[in-house]
Design a binder for this molecule. Sequence first.
Ligand code: ZN
Length: 320
Amino acid sequence: MKKLLIGIDIGGTTIKIGFIDTLGEIIHKWEIPTQKDGSGDKIVQDIKKSIVESKVTLALENGQFLGIGIGAPGVINHKTGTVHAVNIGWTNYPLKEKIEEIFNLPVWIENDANMAVLGENWRGAGNGEENVMLITLGTGVGGGVIANGHLLRGESGAASEIGHVIVKQDGITCNCGRKGCLETIASATGMVHQAKEIVKSHPESRVAQLYRGNQTISVKDIFNLAKNGDEHSQQIIDYTTTVLAFALQNMATIINPSRILIGGGVSNAGDALLNPLKEKFMSIALPEISQTCELKIAALGNDAGIMGAAYVVLSETNEN
Ligand code: ZN
């Protein structure tokens, strides 16, 4: 009977769930919507219903499952197994206890970005490194760090919050309430904000024309325009990668990673993002840091979270 791991990745809009074998092959994966109403209990009930249904459909037995790993947004308290994630309705929510009660299986919880770095390092672009950093450039900017072979959690579970490294004095206000965080520039939201500034300052620019035509502009549009020679879009990419390179080299000076992985929606730009970022990073980092560090686009996409969650179960139950 094949042993299986359950990986769950709880996000603001969807919950991703996967049954994964001990070699890291996804046997079955699916998504359900995140129902944020009420006390947040609906999320746990939906997870229960959905996993039970999938078990029946695939004719899997309870004895096959080794445990459940869950990546959740917000701050995880490892002492109590609670999650503080206001945007999905959880205030010190006892997630670990609730899921353990339902499934009668051991449960491990981690911050979602931490799960992503573990997933990438297991079966993605990380290759089992001892020192690896992941930065995710999405609506916000997240980060996860493995240092000396261990996940870096910090005193209150807030380590590796790369998105909130301050890169600009008196910059624009961040979701965290402070000003000038990396997230305000290098996220999809941050890049679109830069584009909107160009719409205001250069109403005849191609950026402004596209914005007026579509009533919106995306990161993909910015990279497309730059590819076609648009100077303003290129400026956005230059500025973003410069700021990002500074922040990453600062982090790398502390961690000394062998790999820095770039994930999230913005990383879909591929080499158009990676090449200038690499060049800038290599030119400013200490040689001792840069010579042993490779920057790569993350490989698992949306599966990184469930893969990391499964990996935690695997490593904690010593089945490998
Ligand atoms: Zn911030």
